[in-house]
Ligand binder design. Structure first.
Ligand SMILES: Nc1ncnc2c1ncn2[C@@H]1O[C@H](COP(=O)(O)OP(=O)(O)OP(=O)(O)O)[C@@H](O)[C@H]1O
Length: 202
């Protein structure tokens, strides 16, 4: 089993107030955990700290009781807006294959069509792009996914398709998921338990 442990994490942006204060919790790879909290409380900041995007934090993040090594991060963050983290000059094939080469079955599971590979990020819809973004993060070396509002901007049908594909592949590969969302119904439906950000912070 893989365990991601967050211990005594505190963080502030530059000289601002301390936004994250002494946060402790852990995720196991066989669980889907929800994170719910007020807007602006610091959930996305915590996600970025957990996945290595923000470094000047206090405390420890360990995977199976060891610090996370440099190189490919086994804790992968998926953002709400995939277009912001994709190179607009790369086609989708290059963007996906920079991480790994999924086989046809996985592409089919995610509803990714072959003809999309030649297109650039600006030539796909938000839902189509998010499928690539999720699949890119599911590199075989990934142990945990941090999903920060990943389907907020999509319609209900696309949300269901995306979550069904993601939960299936995560379960098959024993990848743990932290789901950040304001949608309590979604969290109730897909998670094993829900953590309240206010209970963690401070
Ligand atoms: N790069 C930054 N520099 C300074 N302050 C920032 C930066 N990024 C975010 N903040 C501030 O940190 C606070 C927490 O933001 P964060 O995005 O982590 O909240 P959140 O809980 O994810 O909010 P939401 O639910 O609305 O997405 C906000 O007040 C925000 O303005």
């Amino acid at each position: 089993m893989n365990t991601l442990k967050i211990e005594n994490i505190s963080f502030k942006y530059r000289d601002d107030r301390e936004l994250l204060s002494n946060i402790n919790f852990q995720l196991n790879n066989n669980e889907v955990v929800g994170l719910f909290g007020d807007s602006g409380s610091g959930k996305s900041t915590l996600c970025k700290v957990m996945s290595g995007y923000l470094e000047n934090y206090k405390g420890n993040i360990t995977l199976n009781n060891k610090p996370i090594e440099d190189g490919f991060n086994p804790v992968q963050l998926i953002f709400q807006h995939p277009e912001k983290v994709m190179n607009p000059r790369w086609n989708m094939k290059k963007i996906l294959n920079e991480s790994w080469m999924p086989d046809k079955k996985i592409l089919d599971d995610f509803g990714i069509k072959k003809e999309w590979f030649k297109r650039y990020p600006s030539e796909l819809s938000g839902g189509e792009l998010q499928r690539f973004s999720i699949l890119r993060s599911l590199n075989p070396k990934t142990k945990f996914i941090i999903a920060d509002e990943i389907t907020t901007m999509l319609d209900c049908v696309t949300q269901v398709q995306i979550w069904t594909s993601l939960l299936k592949i995560a379960k098959e590969n024993e990848v743990g998921i932290l789901v950040v969302s304001h949608d309590h119904n979604l969290l109730n439906r897909i998670t094993d338990k829900i953590i309240y950000f206010n209970d963690l912070n401070g």
